[in-house]
Write a protein of this length. Sequence first.
Length: 732
Amino acid sequence: MTVPLKQTRFRIGGMDCASCAAKIDTAVRRLDGVADVSVSVTSASMTVSHGGALPEGKVLRQVARLGYGIIKAEARIDGQASTVKAYDHADHGEPASKQAVASTHLHMGGEPGQAWWRSRRAVLTVAYAAALLAAYAIGYLFPAAERWVFLATLLVGLVPVARRALMAGLAGTPFSIETLMAIAATGAVMIGATEEATAVVVLFLIGELLEGVAAGRARASIQRLADLVPKTALVERAGGTSEVPAEDLSIGDVIVVRPGDRIPADGEIVEGSRYVDEAPVTGESTPKRRGVAETVFAGTISTDGVLKVRVTAAASDNTIARVVRLVEEAQEAKAPTERFIDRFSRYYTPAVLAVGALVALLPPLLADSDWNEWIYKGLAILLIGCPCALVISTPAAIAAGLATGARRGLLMKGGAVLEGFRGITAVAFDKTGTLTAGRPVVTDIVAYGRDERTVLALAAALEQGSGHPLATAVLDRAKADKAPVPPALAAKAISGKGVEGSVGGVAVFLGSGQAAGERANMNEAQRLAVDSLNGEGKTVSVLAADGVVAGLIAMRDEPRPDAAAGIAALKAEGIRAVMLTGDNRRTAEAIAASLGIEARAELLPQDKQRIVGELRREGLKVAKVGDGINDAPALAAANIGIAIGGGTDVALETADAAILHGRVMDVVRMVKLSRAVMANIGQNIGVALGLKAVFLITTIAGITGLWPAILADTGATVLVTANAMRLLRWRG
Ligand code: ADP
Ligand code: MG
């Protein structure tokens, strides 16, 4: 029997190194009832999966004991007040502040807006550095007391570190960075290098502080997106307007947006036609004209006049909020490289301890070398062995990559997806709504035996319940021609084929020529008519009534403006592009020829899925791009499923990635972003390991001592995070 898992989300303060995340992971995983844990340093959050009764108090205590601040974040989709319990542990983690409560309430996540230099850790570090300077002064004035003054200073810095090492050890992580530090500093005191031990601890603390600052920047970059949405809105109620908090807006409210204002909610224009600057959300620099019934996004700017907008999504559910939430969740989902590094560092730290011990013991024992000298070198090796730079190398780059992508409308649900894009060798596109704009227009109506208006009326009757883009086209035309739309009985959509039902006692079908052929006989003249329309790149749906062909409805859906360029860009990267469509072969080929893509036509949804499977069996790594309308199985069958074009909500939830701005070019951008991120990770690992190798050699050779050793680790960590942050400026 399997119990469905529940998930509880927490926000964590004071995590600034991936090894912190690993420590928390291990500690929480050990608790009874916990099935899975995922912790993200960059989004400062943890999700615990459990089989029902989660010992929440225990989770809070366990994490607080390790020295981190933790609060529970709850209630996400429903937009209710969220934070239930605050747990403030007075050690070193930034305590959970009221601001955290506010930001989780908005579901936009992020850290409390506390300045890094005011955190407990910063205060401790500064106090400790000041004490160190004082110790130097006192030592200079009273040389006899020097050793004791340094020792006292050291204790101030070392005790909290040792305490964290102990707590992590008790919670299942005996080999932590703190353990290495504590052993190295204690050892140094024992061989008389007290002064140096003190300096080492201060460098360690400064390094940790800088890492925290760097990790906070990735978080801030995502948070800035959320900040684009104004906090208040002018809402029209009972004749007047009043200012209300944006999060209190409800669906259906009509808001007034003044020129130059940011739009406070996702909505539909009810009055006014203005240039809207969508750059903040779409990255598109030229403002676009948006008129009545068109969609506008929260965070975009009405540039030239007043707009009235009807709210279509609550604050917690607008596009930006959903993007922020997806990115945060994505950051918790680890990439394979990240998992590998995690596993690696589990063995790495104990191995470093062993090597340090061997270096300290072997030369004096075997070659009768000087004990103090080799113990000193052994301790330096412990410091070099700190894996901080290595463990942060991958998650920092991935977090920055996910954040950058999100800001450019490229959403990826996790490190694994981001990493996977690099290896894509084939992209299969859906046609309608993917390569085309998905706004088909009826161009021709041909009637057989009835008049055109009746053909349109019958077709429109069937389409009323359908969500297919073609249905919208037919209904729009019926409205424009003022054709009556009678009700249809037992209407149903046949995926990839069309729609059928009963209208006024007549059994009617509207759909592809192929599917219509199974239901009615088409004569030669009709076949020719369809053929010639198809040849013009038009999609033809055939109307059959009581087993007789009653008419043809031809529709044309223009390709997206950048479709041809987007496909060419993929080919330039050596990636194969294929169009999969349920449409007629001639139409498909006419469109494919204009786009320069190979086409597979007349496919049912299961055929699309099968073809994706075949491509994969050929050894290709396949991405499938679609709008999710009847192509969800193929999206799922691909290595990476990509939803395009604001997409239906279903597509966004089920696909691995989403292209928000409906640009075909964005597919290749995702591949390039993935390559940039993976190259960045390569550089990071190179720097982290390279610096260690150099200092390992100089230490053994006796050229460098304790403090350069720790500087090598913190220095590498800072370099690695700074390098990863370069990705935040990626343009593609
Ligand atoms: P695509 O692969 O381009 O997304 P679909 O698989 O959705 O196309 O549909 C295949 C064909 O079936 C369409 O070209 C059209 O002729 C017909 N069809 C499907 N659904 C409808 C509908 N709701 N109204 C009219 N025709 C439809
Ligand atoms: Mg489709």
